[in-house]
Design a protein around this ligand. Sequence first.
Ligand code: YCP
Ligand code: CO
Length: 273
Amino acid sequence: MESFILGKIGFDLPKLQHDIAKLNTTKFSDSYSEFAYGEWETCVLWNSTGEKEEATIRTHKKAAVPTEIGQQLSYINFLIAHHFDPQYLRFARIFSASNNGLVIPHRDYLELHEPFQRIHIPLQTNLSCFNSEEDHVFHMAPGEVWYLDAAKTHSAACFSNIRRLHLVLDFDGISPIKKNFKATNKTEFYPNIIPREKLPPDFLGILLNFSHIICEENFRHIVAILAGIHFKKEANAADMFHWLKIIAHHTKNTSLIAKAESVYKNCIVCRKA
Ligand code: YCP
Ligand code: CO
């Protein structure tokens, strides 16, 4: 696995709760809704303009500035300023997931001119929240500072009715973030890797059964089912696209085949800026 824990932060819980209470009354953005299946959404705290409308990431070279909601989250701002070098910060966002919501397996930065370096810090989470990278599923614990290799195929899900909130920071590619944060932590940190069951026997037969019921109207529901399987069963996060294509091709319906190809392309291969 390429993602790893850089270090750990001990939170001042009352101060953190104050910011979380503010987030709980804030309207999140519907940007990236094409990647969201169920309750998964983002809120932009820092970006290049300070405007909340700039909710999707793009390449820029300025130090990020807070949005209106970003300005009100004093403890989160303290965490950013205290633990990181803000001159390299390009975007700060909150990713929220709840009630079995997930973000479909994807690779980030495909639409950008150059990749960022991404940090995730779980602010509020529980053991029913999972992240994945290729062949691994793991739980990111509160206060862990993760370097997430977002260029690898990854996904996240919250199988809990309690909202999962991650602080997500995108730093310029030239930022020495990995080296600097590591240097302040002498110990090694071990991720909580989640064991999974084997796929059922005749999994291909099970997939082909879907081809008898898949249609335009339930396409997204079936994508959501396929996207969630790897959190419970041993599979690569990217396998769902292969499964979806098998199901679609078996229908011989050209529109469903094209839809399956397009989900795969948009998540894994390329996106237009
Ligand atoms: C991002 N990309 O670039 C988003 C997150 C999926 C697509 C969700 O941060
Ligand atoms: Co991502």
